[in-house]
Ligand binder design. Structure first.
Ligand SMILES: Cc1cc2nc3c(=O)[nH]c(=O)nc-3n(C[C@H](O)[C@H](O)[C@H](O)COP(=O)(O)OP(=O)(O)OC[C@H]3O[C@@H](n4cnc5c(N)ncnc54)[C@H](O)[C@@H]3O)c2cc1C
Length: 299
């Protein structure tokens, strides 16, 4: 069924029946039928063209740091942008980068060139593409503050440029999530600052993360979106669920807003734990918690 992929993709860019747990920071997830590791925008375009023609479902991801892949895995093709597409260049106060570049690498490179504005991104373990799509943010900064232009592949396979006012960037959301756009690169506007000030902020953020977040365990970051007027961690703690476990999935004792994989957690255990937390939040606070992590794969 998938043999024609080999006509336009080199063998090493295609993996068959690949375990998604090896491609998610949660270390959870069954196999995807075909994993494609594109090296260029054209390879992405050709892959989605092929999938559309053959009516094969496809899924795009970056580095899998905001994903929970179900235990049965993903049917069809998954395209991992975060493996390659990792070029970037800095000119004056702007950085142009491909979607696969790691945010942490961009943040470090900006600091090396005395450019401030990306310090918040230092500890976010995703790709630039994933960060644009999610409007990733931390410690008062977010992608919205720096994005000047984004290039994305539209559902008809063409490349299109988006200006900030067209991106609909908001708390963990953007037009790229709503309209099935594939982010391939972004231009960011930073500002010249003293290197020691930039580094001091980065060190402070890294210290706060190490102290507060369960970085020693696999996770997908904050499990839930922040409901207005509340902080999820303290809320869950007050409900008495800190440390609560379903199999290998645990509400972190260090930060109750994170569900962690303490060993061999399955996706269904994580989902059961999420359902328990949601039900309690509804009962205690009358709040419908929404997941921030993206749950994908066959049910
Ligand atoms: C320890 C830890 C700490 C974290 N801290 C933070 C934090 O402080 N702030 C924060 O915002 N997030 C945080 N996260 C979550 C995560 O790192 C971010 O959401 C990140 O931006 C996701 O990038 P990714 O490349 O891993 O995306 P993925 O997880 O691969 O994908 C996330 C979503 O984006 C889509 N997507 C990814 N790339 C593309 C693309 N190129 N084009 C179109 N769609 C795409 C996917 O389909 C999926 O829906 C944390 C995660 C962990 C594990």
């Amino acid at each position: 069924m998938y043999s024609e992929l080999f006509d336009f993709l080199p063998r090493e860019r295609i993996r068959i029946n690949e375990p998604m747990k090896d491609h998610s920071s949660f270390k959870i997830g069954g196999p995807v039928d075909i994993l494609v590791l594109p090296e260029s925008v054209e390879e992405i375009q050709r892959t989605i063209h092929y999938c559309r023609e053959k009516d094969i479902p496809y899924f795009i991801f970056g580095l899998g740091s905001n994903l929970l892949v179900r235990d049965k895995g993903i049917r069809g093709v998954a395209i991992k942008v975060g493996n390659n597409l990792r070029n970037f260049s800095i000119f004056n106060e702007e950085i142009f980068a491909e979607a696969g570049v790691r945010l942490a690498e961009l943040s470090q490179a900006a600091a090396d060139y005395n450019l401030g504005g990306l310090e918040f991104a230092e500890g976010i373990p995703g790709s630039l593409g994933g960060a644009v799509v999610m409007n990733a943010g931390a410690y008062g900064g977010e992608m919205k503050d720096v994005l000047k232009e984004v290039r994305a592949i539209t559902p008809d396979g063409k490349l299109s440029s988006f200006k900030p006012e067209e991106m609909k960037l908001r708390y963990r959301g953007s037009i790229f999530q709503e309209e099935e756009l594939i982010v391939v690169s972004a231009l960011m506007q930073l500002r010249r600052e003293k290197a020691e000030d930039i580094r001091a902020r980065m060190q402070d953020f890294a210290k706060r993360r190490r102290e507060k977040q369960p970085l020693e365990y696999p996770s997908a970051g904050s499990t839930f979106r922040r409901p207005s007027g509340f902080f999820v961690g303290p809320m869950i703690e007050e409900m008495g669920l800190k440390g609560f476990k379903v199999g290998g999935a645990e509400v972190s004792r260090k930060h109750a807003g994170f569900i962690i994989n303490t060993g061999n957690a399955s996706a269904s255990e994580v989902l059961e734990l999420i359902a328990i937390v949601k039900a309690k939040a509804k009962e205690h606070y009358g709040i419908e918690l929404e997941t921030e992590i993206k749950v994908v794969g066959e049910e």
